[in-house]
Design a protein. Structure first.
Lengths: 204, 185
């Protein structure tokens, strides 16, 4: 089982979550919203430098894409990125079909796939050795999705997504490193500041 | 009810239905986004919401997915409500405790109540018993609607309260209001 996991099923480089998140954030020039999934995914978003349009999840594993879909529907003129771990996505794979059906033009989903539940002790996910998340997403009807071969390819796919005519999904294989920072766990402030960042609220 | 019937014109009374009240009250509060996991009792409501271009409505695979969507939409400035059945509510404890309540999201839920007043599936009656204890243990606002004459008041005030206090609310639609789902063979 573990041996099978070590054999790369795809011709893709193993990259680093914080590095990729930093590369993504560096490309955002138009107040794009970014939803960071539970755990390391939003820790690295936090560590990449807080932006007013960042939302950090402190629970509700698997809901990064549904939350991002909600933002995308509410603000069709803004581009929305969602960062999710492979284990998280496994908990809520049905959302890929919902998103494929609604097909919001302004949503880009990024799956950070290390095949493990890093934060709980690096146990392998049930999908690790056998499943291909990009193939799953394709099967769910998301036609514009791809594995990033390396960092340059990731940046190219992010650029492409910014003008894509429908939702996009980028799979990235990442290493087993934990997140670089730790999000300040203040849900009310996170939500309020996100709403300020999206122009929905004015500061008191 | 008989007294109310006498005081209202027959035509107006015919038009007043529980699902009509839900639809009109959602509109009045500019609640446009309605994701749902379907239920037999909700069929007419779902059909009518689909038929009305005011709404963006669609099924989700799970109820917590719908809660996530509503939460994101609220933060983006669009109001929403979720439709589900009792057994679907039973899947929500984690998302209520980790998203809707701590982030102060005015999550409005309509829960069609299965499991009581003529239930024919034992599992439904068991899972129904978990609903109010979960709501109470999280100190969440909830009301069980049983009468059409007070339904609009409950829905209207509950939506107002959810939005102004930034707190979730569950509106439980009793078979006394909706007729429920009965065993027919």
């Amino acid at each position: 089982m573990n041996k099978a996991k070590e054999i790369p099923a795809r011709n893709t480089k193993v990259m680093n979550r914080f590095d990729l998140t930093s590369r993504l954030v560096a490309k955002l020039k138009n107040e794009e919203a970014v939803i960071g999934g539970i755990g390391n995914t939003n820790f690295d978003l936090w560590a990449a430098g807080h932006r007013p349009q960042n939302f950090y999840m402190l629970g509700s594993m698997g809901l990064a894409f549904p939350i991002a879909l909600g933002v995308a529907l509410a603000q069709p003129k803004r581009r929305i990125f969602a960062l999710e771990g492979d284990g998280s996505l496994l908990m809520q794979m049905g959302c890929l079909s919902t998103i494929a059906t609604l097909a919001p033009k302004n949503l880009c989903m990024i799956v950070m796939d290390n095949g493990i539940y890093q934060i709980t002790g690096a146990q392998p996910t049930p999908a690790a050795a056998v499943s291909d998340i990009v193939a799953i997403a394709t099967g769910c009807g998301l036609t514009n999705c791809a594995w990033a071969a390396d960092e340059e390819d990731f940046e190219r796919l992010v650029e492409q997504s910014l003008s894509a005519p429908g939702p996009t999904l980028i799979g990235v294989r990442i290493d087993d490193k934990p997140g670089v920072g730790t999000t300040r766990r203040d849900p009310v402030q996170i939500r309020e500041r996100f709403m300020l960042g999206l122009g929905v609220r004015q500061a008191l | 009810m008989a007294a109310a019937e006498e005081s209202t014109s027959p035509q107006a009374l015919q038009e007043k239905t529980w699902h009509g009240v839900v639809l009109q009250t959602l509109k009045r509060h500019d609640i446009r986004l309605v994701p749902y996991v379907p239920d037999r009792v909700l069929t007419t409501l779902i059909k009518n919401i689909h038929a009305d271009p005011f709404f963006t409505t669609f099924p989700t695979a799970r109820e917590e997915e719908a809660v996530g969507i509503i939460s994101g939409a609220w933060m983006g400035g669009m109001r929403g409500a979720v439709l589900m059945q009792t057994s679907g509510f039973a899947t929500l404890a984690n998302v209520l405790a980790s998203l809707a309540i701590p982030y102060q999201i005015p999550l409005i839920m309509f829960v069609s109540e299965r499991g009581t007043l003529g239930e024919f599936n034992y599992g439904q009656s068991l899972v129904c018993r978990t609903m109010r204890p979960v709501l109470d243990s999280l100190a969440m606002e909830h009301h069980t609607a049983t009468r059409l004459d007070e339904f609009e008041f409950i829905v209207d005030r509950s939506i107002r309260q959810a939005i102004t206090t930034q707190a979730p609310v569950a509106l439980i639609l009793s078979p006394l209001l909706t007729g429920g789902k009965v065993f027919e063979k």
